[in-house]
Design a protein around this ligand. Structure first.
Ligand code: HEC
Ligand code: HEC
Length: 457
């Protein structure tokens, strides 16, 4: 038998012990032990505290983040793609791709419904400056990705960075994403957002010298226009990096406002017995029991913010721009551990951090990380964020559930070993119940004011 206890981490066990000690009551057919597991999944807690960004909850910083989220002028030259594929400009054009063009307010959960790969699964991956290999999953509630074991805040499907502000820095400069540069970003802020920047970061006044385009060329970063970047003195790089970091901190402040609560499942756990259907309750029992989903999809976000091998064979017919050679978690060790890789030390315990005592995972830089590890996806609002998996190759939840039911794909067809899932042998009814449960995880949409285009013209 697979008891739900087997699937809980250390913090979960503590919780079970606590709840069992105070009120080991059964409810709605669930044992007291099962109910304790269910309570560990709801409600979403208060926002996690990230002391490495002391501007994280400053309203002026969030407002600046929102403006820049809608500002396409942070993007560099378009490298590929056609209008039919959803490309937003001609090859070579700059200033065309904003965050909002892949995390789209009109999709409610900020997913990409624009990029058109012409294949069998619409919008599987995103078209930025060129095609990305990944699906733009919802960015609502991503602030809750916290690893319970290490308290690390690993971002993105491969754990690209160790904080929200470090992560936000990667998008404008990512060659397939916006292909811009930190010098371009600095000039955008210095020309159009001087007052807003001063309000958000009163202790970091913008250096007047930044408007000198001879000393600070209009483009340049460690990734694009590297000649311009390499020409800067180390002191000037520091000036630019400080603005880049503060941009990331402003973006984190904005992302922290994109929260959705009060899903039918939350109302059920809070005591509203009829908030979810009888089928969904059977699906919940499977999720925490026989199907073993809660082993990885735990915490109120339904993700342990940890990395696993589920055995997914990358299907480049269904997702034409996916890349079967991507190694996942192992790729980013250098980025986080070698402070020169991103052109500056942006780690949580690096010198741009507001709390250098934080070191999220002390063994991360010294251990060998095998290929094929990917972060557990959160499952909040999953009913409305198709397609699924990191490369969007599954079009429906039925396909995802069928994947888990068969125990993933055959060994040898994917990177990573050993595979952490096994065949479930669910009946047709049980597969339907599991899906009915997943449909109860959609909360209230984000307030419209947070999704307004506020960028300055
Ligand atoms: C061309 C499309 C595109 C653009 C433009 C884009 N993103 Fe993304 N974004 C993605 C994709 C794809 C992912 C998933 C990447 C992954 O996890 O591997 C993602 C992931 C994210 C995440 C999720 C992090 C997590 O831990 O799950 C955040 C937050 C985010 N983007 C913010 C931004 C911000 C802020 C901007 C603008 C500065 C931006 N994105 C621009 C495509 C885009
Ligand atoms: C061993 C850990 C593990 C177990 C057990 C597990 N998952 Fe996952 N799940 C993951 C990981 C990791 C991903 C992301 C994989 C990827 O995209 O490469 C994922 C992705 C998903 C997605 C896609 C979400 C999205 O937005 O793309 C769904 C839905 C899902 N899992 C549901 C389930 C269900 C239902 C079960 C139980 C039958 C389950 N998972 C069991 C680790 C796990």
């Amino acid at each position: 038998m697979h008891t739900p206890l087997r699937y809980l981490g250390r913090s979960g066990l503590v919780l079970v012990a606590l709840v069992a000690a105070t009120a080991c009551r059964s409810r709605d057919g669930f044992t007291g032990e099962e109910w304790a597991v269910i309570q560990s999944l709801s409600p979403l807690p208060a926002l996690p505290v990230n002391t490495t960004n002391r501007y994280r909850d400053v309203p002026a910083a969030a407002a600046l983040g929102q403006q820049l989220f809608f500002d396409a002028r942070i993007s560099g030259p378009i490298q590929a793609g056609t209008p039919r594929e959803g490309q937003l400009g001609a090859i070579g054009e700059t200033g065309k791709i904003a965050c909002r063009d892949c995390h789209m307010p009109e999709s409610v959960w900020l997913i990409d419904t624009r990029s058109d790969n012409g294949g069998p699964v619409p919008h599987a991956t995103s078209l930025g400056s060129k095609w990305m290999t990944r699906n733009a999953s919802s960015i609502v509630n991503t602030v809750f990705y916290v690893n319970a074991r290490t308290q690390a805040h690993w971002r993105e499907n491969d754990g690209y960075s160790d904080s929200e502000w470090f992560d936000a820095q990667s998008e404008p400069e990512g060659p397939p994403v916006q292909n811009g540069s930190r010098l371009q970003l600095v000039h955008l802020i210095e020309r159009h957002y001087r007052a807003e920047y001063a309000a958000a970061f009163p202790d970091w006044p913008l250096d007047r010298a930044l408007s000198d385009t001879v000393r600070f060329p209009s483009t340049g970063s460690p990734y694009t226009d590297t000649a311009n970047w390499n020409r800067l003195s180390s002191g000037d790089r520091e000036l630019v990096n400080r603005v880049l970091v503060n941009y990331g901190k402003a973006m984190e402040a904005y992302l922290r406002t994109l929260v959705s609560r009060n899903a039918p499942f939350d109302r059920y756990v809070a005591g509203e017995a009829g908030a979810i259907s009888a089928d969904a309750k059977r699906g919940l029992a499977l999720f925490i029991g026989k199907a073993g989903c809660v082993q990885c999809h735990n915490t109120p976000l339904f993700s342990d913010d940890d990395f696993h091998v589920i055995g997914l064979q990358v299907d480049t017919i269904r997702s034409p721009h996916a890349d079967p050679t991507e190694v996942g978690r192992a790729f980013n060790q250098a980025l986080i551990c070698d402070s020169t890789v991103a052109g500056g030390d942006f780690r949580v315990n690096g010198h741009f951090s507001d709390d250098t005592t934080v070191a999220h995972d002390r063994t991360f830089c010294t251990r060998t990380i095998p290929p094929g590890l990917w972060r557990t996806k959160a499952l909040r609002q999953v009913a409305q964020t198709a397609p699924y998996f990191r490369n969007g190759q599954a079009a429906t939840l039925d396909e995802v559930i069928a994947f888990y039911d068969r125990g993933g794909d055959p060994v040898g067809t994917f990177l990573g070993d050993p595979k952490e899932i096994r065949p479930l042998h669910l009946t047709g009814d049980e597969r339907g119940q599991l899906k009915a449960f997943l449909l109860t995880l959609t909360g209230d949409p984000v307030a419209p004011a947070l999704l307004r285009d506020t960028h300055k013209r």
